[in-house]
Ligand binder design. Sequence first.
Ligand SMILES: [Zn+2]
Length: 221
Amino acid sequence: MRNNMPENEANLLFCQLLENNKKIAEKKQDLLEKYKDGQKPKIALITCSDSRMPLSLYGNIEDMMGNVFVGKDIGNTYEYSDAVVDYAVLHLNIPVVVILGHTDCGTVKAAAGNFEKETETIKERLSAIKKSFIDKENHIECVENNVHRAIQKIEEKYKDKINNKELCVVGCVCDTAGAYNNLCGLTYIVNINGIKDKETIKSHKLLENMEDGLKEKTIAK
Ligand SMILES: [Zn+2]
């Protein structure tokens, strides 16, 4: 018997996601069983909660499972994901931490405006993001500077590990709005260990297996 709750898109989607999950769990049991006793992820990813950046933009379950340790918060605000970074670096010995911002980020836009009426928790994040603004009218610059600020904080905290080449911190921007080059969803590298110069980034060891053509496309000027 049908209940009285109206069928709306959210209800349908929730049921669909659980159905998907059951199918995937059954189909990928061999892969999932490998990780039933633990994980050894290789990359930590701190990103925005925005739904336009699902991990499936970067690969399938085989790429992600047991490999990518994720922290999401509005505006990928470092100050509210720092425990994720600490845990990744100190307890999981993850060698690569990625800070991934994105264009058309509502949180970054809100930080550029008046946010006095927001809740305390939202205000805390917006205040932190606002510290990185130089020109608050330039949205891409605000997004990039929010990423640079996070990298700087991690660099300060884990200077020795970075100098000993035990840790690499990478700043990226996913272009959800197609603002860099009209290709929505393409990700650009904007910073590696504090380095922002395109040519120096190109020759960084982290990218030694990346094709030159891809480097040209995905390293932001
Ligand atoms: Zn966002």
